[in-house]
Unconditional design. Sequence first.
Length: 302
Amino acid sequence: MTKKLALVTGSQQGIGFGLVKALCKSFDGDVILTGLTEQDATNACAELEKQGLKPVPHQLDVRDQESVDRLRDFIKEKYGGLDILINNAGISFLAEMMRARGAEVPAHLAATSRAEIAAETMKVNFFGTLRVTTAMTPLLRAHARVVQTTSFGATQLVKRMKGDKADALLRTDWTTPSLCHFVDQYIKDVASGEHTSLGWPEDSSYLLASWAVWNLARVQQKTFDEDNNDVIVNAACPGITATEITNFKGKTIEEGCESALYLASLPHEASSPRGEMVHGKFVCGFNSAPPGLVTSEELFKN
Ligand SMILES: NC(=O)c1ccc[n+]([C@@H]2O[C@H](COP(=O)([O-])OP(=O)(O)OC[C@H]3O[C@@H](n4cnc5c(N)ncnc54)[C@H](OP(=O)(O)O)[C@@H]3O)[C@@H](O)[C@H]2O)c1
């Protein structure tokens, strides 16, 4: 009988590590844990092996097409398909978070320019998610569940953007090429230093990437629906979780895993959520905030 398979990207620490741990206990199949290096992945798997769990280590850098292709080929040869894909790999620059709150940025963090932050954040969080999903889509089995990682903070962008850029956030006719073009334009406008006068937000690359990933899930669900294979994709917002990204402030990793685990285990033919942003089991929108959600502003105000 074919062995089922789950893949969690960026899982050598933080929420991704928690997701692998939880899936090893609850999912009826193998779980791949990925690290930026083979050694990172092997070390993280060794930690879980001490607890009697048996994740499968693999190297993955979502910025690198060859790395993604190697993982795809490994999955194809060893398993023949994929049942759960959680695109969890992501980065956030502390300098951007500090500037967004008007805090003084220490010299060693200030060395990274706004242009570099914009390009690198998009490269990992948005283009990395797109690259991995595109590579793995031919391997997705019927009833596969895909989870992209986003942040509810993305909905706050409407307050920070102007003119046609703010209007664009609310559009519902995005396609993958138009989303890529929009994101590329942002990167170029930050590099030229004209972004704020053109309506883009200041110090919000992470949130813009989160918005783009949320919309990517919407677009991808439409494509999956055409195949009639009951593949469901949603974007999970973990909520502020105590990991390296938040300087270890926020809820526990187990709590931060709840949204993605719920979406990864949606039953066959679930009618909803599909192509949505979900926190816990709550479907989020520009005008619908999850009850009790702690925002990063609230958490970091002291
Ligand atoms: N924590 C929160 O409050 C929060 C809130 C909303 C959304 N999120 C999102 O949740 C996801 C997990 O974040 P986290 O909080 O668990 O942070 P984390 O502990 O820093 O984990 C992020 C993981 O992604 C990996 N990664 C970074 N760049 C990568 C690349 N190019 N290719 C492959 N893997 C890469 C990191 O590798 P290294 O270990 O080598 O750095 C790390 O293992 C991210 O997408 C984040 O944006 C987090």
